[in-house]
Design a protein around this ligand. Structure first.
Ligand code: SF4
Length: 703
C-alpha cells in the first residue's frame, strides 16, 4: 500500500468485473488504468471505471459508529447490536431479525453475513439487492439446468456469429462487453447482432436488426421462435432426445400462444417481416448467443421469459459448445459471488438449498450448528413488508440504499421509520436510508478492503486494498464477525482475515461434493495466504479436474437435474401485471444511464461523470410530448398511483410511443422529488420475487 505502488484490483461497479491497476499518488489521488492482464477487460475501462480515481476522497464518509446520531466506540456499537438482536430473538424468535445486503459487498462479507443469519441466528430472512437485478435469471437456470449455472464466457460473445441482445442496454450498462463485441464485429463483419428492446438505445448502434417490441412481450417472441424452429425443421432432434425433457409440453405451449407469425406480430407489435428475419437468422446460424439482462428479469414473468430463451437454445442443441448458449449478464460487481454463498433468502451456501434435507444436513454438519434455518426466508419486497407489519423487529441493512432503490420506496421508508431497530452499515454518512438508522456502522469502501468478487462469466477476481480506511471504518466481514462473536457464536466465527473466510467458503463448496453440485472450488479449498494474495482471475468450477478453472459449462451435456437432462419449460406468456389505464396511460421504464452507478454515492463525486446527464430526466417520444403539452428541456411531473417526481423533459424518437424512460439513480439527497422507485409498484415475479421495474403505469404533465 505504499505510495506509487501499483495494485491489481477490480472495478466496483458493474457485473463485467474489469481488472483495474490502481496507483496511489503522493498527493493523495489515485491513478487508474485498465489491467491488460485481466481476461474480463484486457485493459479496457469505461467512463465510470476510468473515473474511479476521482471518487476516492472522503467527502461524505461515515467515519465513526453512531447510536441515535451520537458517536460511540466500536465496542459499544457492536455490544448494542448483538445485545438487542439477542433480546429480540429471545422475545420474538429468529424470524424477527432481517438482513438486507448487497451485490456490492465482497464474497467474504456475503459469506459471513449468510453464515450468521442462516446458520446461527437461525432465520433465512436475509436477502440482497441482487433480488432486483438477476433473481429471475437464477430461477430460470435452476428450472432448466437444475443449477444456477451461467454456461458461457465473454470470449463466446466475441466468437458468436449471431448475438441476440435482449432486455439490455449493454452499451451503457456493461460498456466494456459492448466494446469487446463492437471490436469483434469490426474484425468479423459477418457477425450479426439483433437487439430486442422497446427503446432505441446506444446498443442499437451495433444492431443489424432492431426489434422494438411491445414492452413485456418477450416470451411470445421466443415462443414464436421455438414454434418456427419446429415448423421449419431446425430442431436438433438427437440433442432433444438424449439431453432434454419436456419438449412436447414446451412446444404445445408455444403453439398455443405464438402459433404463427401474425399471432406473434399481434402480441409483440413488430412487423411480420422483421420477426421472420430474426427467426431465420437464429435458425440458420449455428453459433448463437442470447444475452439478456434486466429488461427480461425485471418482470412479473421474468423467470418464464428467461426459460423461453433457454428453450430455444436447448431445442437446437446450442449450448455447451463454443459461442453458443443463453447468457445472463449480472448487474452488480458481486451479484454472482452472492449467489455462490447463498445470498438470496431461498438459497443455502455453495448453491445448496435450505429446503433440501440432504443439503440442510450437510451444511449443518459443516458449520457445526443445530440452528440452521429450516425454511426459505422473505424475499426483498416481502422482507420490507414484514418490517412494516412488525413481524421483523430489527433489520440490518448493508451497503445498499433501499429507501431509494426498492419499489414502492415510500412504503419502505415508512416501514423503517416504525421499525424497532434499524442497523445500517455504510460508507456514506448521508443517504436516504442512513437517515432512518438507529445504529450506524462505518464500512470500509472500495480500495480500503480486501476480498473476492465473481463477475458475470463466473470469474473470481481478487479485489485488493490499496488505501487506508478513513476514521474507524472497517470491512463488513469484520463487523459481522464481531457481532457474531458477541452474540455467543465465537467458535463458528474464528475469522481474522478475508482469506480465512474464503478458505471456509471453498471448503464448503467441496464438502461431500462428488460432482453432484455445480459450484465447486475444491481446487482452492487449501489455498495458502500467499496464494490467495496472488490469486489470478479464475472461473469456477475449480477442481482437480479443472485446476485452471472452467470457461464453459455443460460441454458433456450433463445437467444437475435428477436424471441429468436439461428441462424445457412450457411457457404461457403473460403481459405485465401493471396495466395502463385512462388515468395512467403511459408505461414507465426505469434503468441505468452510462455514467452513474446505483444511487450515485460514488459516481456522483466525479465532475466529468455528472456532466453526462446532470439531473433527473424523462425521455418521451415527440408524439406523446405533444399530446401531454411538454416542451423539451422544461420540467414535468411524472406520477403513478403511488407517488410523483419532478424531472427534466427530453423529447426523443428513440423512445417508443406510449412509454417513457426515467433513470434510477437520483435520491432525495441529490434532488427533491427525484426517487423514481417511489412511483414503481412492488409487484413481483411469483417464482423469483423480482419486481416489475420496467412497467409502471404513469401520467405526465408540465410542472
Ligand atoms: Fe468495467 Fe463495468 Fe467498471 Fe465499466 S463499470 S470499468 S464495464 S466493471
Amino acid at each position: 500500500m505504499g505510495k506509487e505502488q501499483t495494485i491489481q484490483t477490480t472495478c466496483p461497479y458493474c457485473g463485467v468485473g474489469c481488472g483495474v491497476l490502481a496507483t496511489p499518488q503522493a498527493d493523495g489521488t489515485v491513478s487508474i488504468e485498465g489491467d491488460s492482464n485481466h481476461p474480463a477487460n484486457l485493459g479496457r475501462l469505461c467512463s465510470k471505471g476510468s473515473a474511479l480515481g476521482e471518487t476516492v476522497d472522503h467527502g461524505n464518509r461515515l467515519l465513526h459508529p453512531k447510536i441515535d446520531g451520537k458517536r460511540v466506540p466500536w465496542d459499544e456499537a457492536l455490544n448494542t447490536v448483538s445485545r438487542k438482536f439477542n433480546d429480540i430473538i429471545a422475545k420474538h424468535g429468529p424470524n424477527a431479525i432481517g438482513f438486507y445486503v448487497s451485490g456490492q459487498i465482497l464474497t467474504e462479507d456475503y459469506y459471513t453475513a449468510n453464515k450468521l443469519m442462516k446458520g446461527f441466528i437461525g432465520s433465512a430472512n436475509i436477502d440482497t439487492n441482487s433480488r432486483l437485478c438477476m433473481s429471475s435469471a437464477v430461477a430460470g437456470y435452476k428450472r432448466a439446468f437444475g443449477s444456477d449455472s451461467v454456461p458461457c464466457s465473454y470470449e463466446d460473445l466475441e466468437q458468436a456469429d449471431l448475438l441476440v441482445i435482449t432486455g439490455s442496454n449493454l452499451a451503457w450498462c456493461h460498456p466494456v462487453i459492448f466494446q469487446r463485441i463492437r471490436q469483434a464485429k469490426e474484425d468479423r463483419p459477418e457477425m450479426k447482432v439483433v437487439v430486442i428492446d422497446p427503446r432505441t438505445t446506444a446498443t442499437c448502434d451495433l444492431a443489424d436488426l432492431h426489434l422494438p417490441l411491445r414492452p413485456g412481450s418477450d416470451a411470445s417472441l421466443f415462443n414464436g421462435l421455438l414454434n418456427y424452429l419446429k415448423k421449419e425443421d431446425y430442431l436438433d432432434l438427437d440433442f432433444l432426445e438424449q439431453h432434454t425433457e419436456g419438449f412436447s409440453a414446451a412446444l404445445k405451449a408455444a403453439k398455443t400462444s405464438a402459433g404463427n407469425i401474425p399471432q406473434v406480430s399481434a402480441v409483440t407489435e413488430l412487423p411480420e417481416q422483421d420477426i421472420i428475419k430474426f427467426y431465420q437468422l437464429f435458425a440458420s446460424t449455428e453459433k448463437v448467443i442470447t444475452l439478456y439482462s434486466q429488461g427480461v428479469n425485471q418482470s412479473t414473468s421474468g423467470t418464464d421469459k428467461s426459460n423461453s430463451i433457454i428453450n430455444c437454445h436447448l431445442a437446437t442443441g446450442r449450448l455447451g459448445k463454443p459461442a453458443m448458449g443463453p447468457f445472463s449478464m449480472t448487474g452488480q460487481p458481486n451479484a454472482m459471488g452472492g449467489r455462490e454463498v447463498g445470498g438470496l433468502s431461498n438459497q443455502l451456501a455453495a448453491h445448496m438449498e435450505i429446503t433440501n434435507p440432504e443439503h440442510h444436513d450437510r451444511v449443518s454438519r459443516f458449520w457445526e450448528t443445530d440452528r440452521l434455518a429450516t425454511e426459505n426466508g422473505a424475499k426483498a419486497v416481502d422482507l420490507f413488508n414484514d418490517v412494516g407489519e412488525g413481524k421483523i423487529k430489527a433489520v440490518w441493512i448493508m451497503a445498499t440504499n433501499p429507501v431509494v432503490s426498492l419499489p414502492d420506496a415510500d412504503k419502505v421508508k415508512a416501514a423503517l421509520e416504525q421499525c424497532e431497530l434499524v442497523v445500517v452499515s455504510e460508507c456514506e454518512s448521508n443517504t436516504d436510508t442512513t437517515e432512518l438508522a438507529d445504529i450506524l456502522l462505518p464500512a470500509a469502501a472500495w480500495g480500503e478492503k480486501d476480498g473476492t468478487v465473481t463477475n458475470s462469466e463466473r470469474r473470481i477476481s481478487h479485489q485488493r486494498q490499496f488505501l487506508i480506511a478513513p476514521g474507524e471504518a472497517r470491512p463488513d466481514w469484520w463487523i459481522i464477525t464481531q457481532v457474531a462473536r458477541k452474540m455467543g457464536f465465537e467458535k463458528a466465527f474464528p475469522f481474522e482475515k478475508p482469506v480465512d473466510v474464503f478458505r471456509e467458503h471453498a471448503r464448503l463448496s467441496a464438502f461431500e461434493n462428488n460432482g453432484s453440485r455445480d459450484f465447486d472450488l475444491s481446487g482452492l479449498a487449501e489455498i495458502s495466504d500467499e496464494a490467495y494474495e496472488k490469486l489470478a482471475p479464475i472461473q469456477w468450477p475449480v477442481s482437480d479436474n479443472a485446476p485452471a478453472g472452467t470457461a464453459r459449462l455443460f460441454t458433456d451435456y450433463q445437467f444437475f437435474t435428477p436424471n441429468g437432462k436439461a428441462r424445457m419449460v412450457p411457457i404461457e406468456p403473460k403481459l405485465p401485471e401493471n396495466k395502463t389505464s385512462d388515468d395512467y396511460p403511459l408505461v414507465l421504464n426505469t434503468g441505468r444511464i452510462r455514467d452513474q452507478w446505483h444511487t450515485m454515492t460514488r459516481t456522483g463525486r466525479a465532475v466529468r461523470l455528472n456532466a453526462h446527464i446532470p439531473e433527473p430526466m424523462v425521455q418521451i417520444h415527440p408524439v406523446d410530448a405533444q399530446n401531454w403539452g411538454l416542451v423539451d428541456g422544461a420540467l414535468a411531473q411524472v406520477s403513478s398511483k403511488l407517488g410523483k417526481m419532478i424531472v427534466r423533459v427530453v423529447i426523443t424518437d428513440e423512445q417508443r410511443p406510449g412509454s417513457v424512460f426515467v433513470p434510477i439513480h437520483w435520491s432525495n439527497q441529490s434532488a427533491s422529488l427525484a426517487r423514481v422507485d417511489a412511483l414503481v409498484a412492488a409487484v413481483v415475479d411469483p417464482i423469483s420475487g423480482q419486481p416489475e421495474s420496467k412497467h409502471t403505469p404513469v401520467k405526465i404533465r408540465p410542472y
